[in-house]
Unconditional design. Structure first.
Length: 208
């Protein structure tokens, strides 16, 4: 094969490989939002649960850039696939993201909240997603997150002490359904509620 033909062949192979190309799924509509799943990191994510149930999120990198970057990295690496919602506290939060049972671990990150010297104006109200951490270290958040169920005093007590970084934009009925399940004495659902996958999405249209 002549040299110029080899160059053309390799260039064509590069184009068809999809390297650097944004791949979009067919459009889906959920509640009032039309979206496409994409391999490009965006500030919107869909949590795909079993039985085709979904929770759609929007992330706020301007509020908590370290937290959002960490969450997006975990989504990109399929960290949350097959992980369960392991904690449900009625009228407070539902929590997921513990990968230890599957042998998955994530690095800890700086806690982006007021008590740790970082301004974070996002209040813990119904539908907010925030990072869980232990009660000892302010920089102990890694992969576990929670979604706030109600705007009440319990939620307000989290302000300034936990890194809120996003909000549910569709699927709060699914969140409420998870919140209603029967749990054991450790707040773990008796029946596993599994995250099938998390995917980045491009919001095509948001209807009134």
């Amino acid at each position: 094969m002549k040299k110029w033909k080899i160059i053309v062949f390799l260039f064509g192979l590069f184009l068809t490989s999809g390297c650097g190309k944004t791949i979009l799924s067919e459009e889906k509509t959920y509640e009032n939002i039309t979206y496409q799943e994409t391999n490009k990191k965006t500030n919107n994510v869909v949590i795909n649960l079993e039985q085709d149930k979904k929770i759609l999120l929007t992330l706020y990198p301007d509020v908590a850039p370290i937290t959002v970057a960490n969450f997006k990295k975990l989504v990109e690496n399929d960290f949350y696939n097959d992980i369960i919602f392991h904690r449900v506290v009625r009228d407070f939060v539902i929590q997921a993201g513990d990968g230890t049972s599957l042998g998955r671990n994530a690095s800890t990150i700086k806690g982006e909240f007021q008590e740790n010297g970082v301004e974070n104006t996002l209040k813990h109200e119904r539908g907010i997603i925030s990072m869980a951490r232990n009660g000892i270290s302010m920089d102990s958040a890694s992969s576990q997150f929670f979604i706030v169920l109600k705007s009440n005093q319990n939620a307000t007590n989290l302000d300034g002490a936990y890194a809120a970084f996003g909000r549910v934009i569709a699927g709060m009925d699914v969140v409420d359904e998870i919140a209603s399940v029967v749990t054991d004495k450790n707040d773990k659902p008796l029946k596993d509620i599994k995250i099938v996958s998390m995917e980045f999405i491009k919001v095509v249209d948001e209807h009134e």
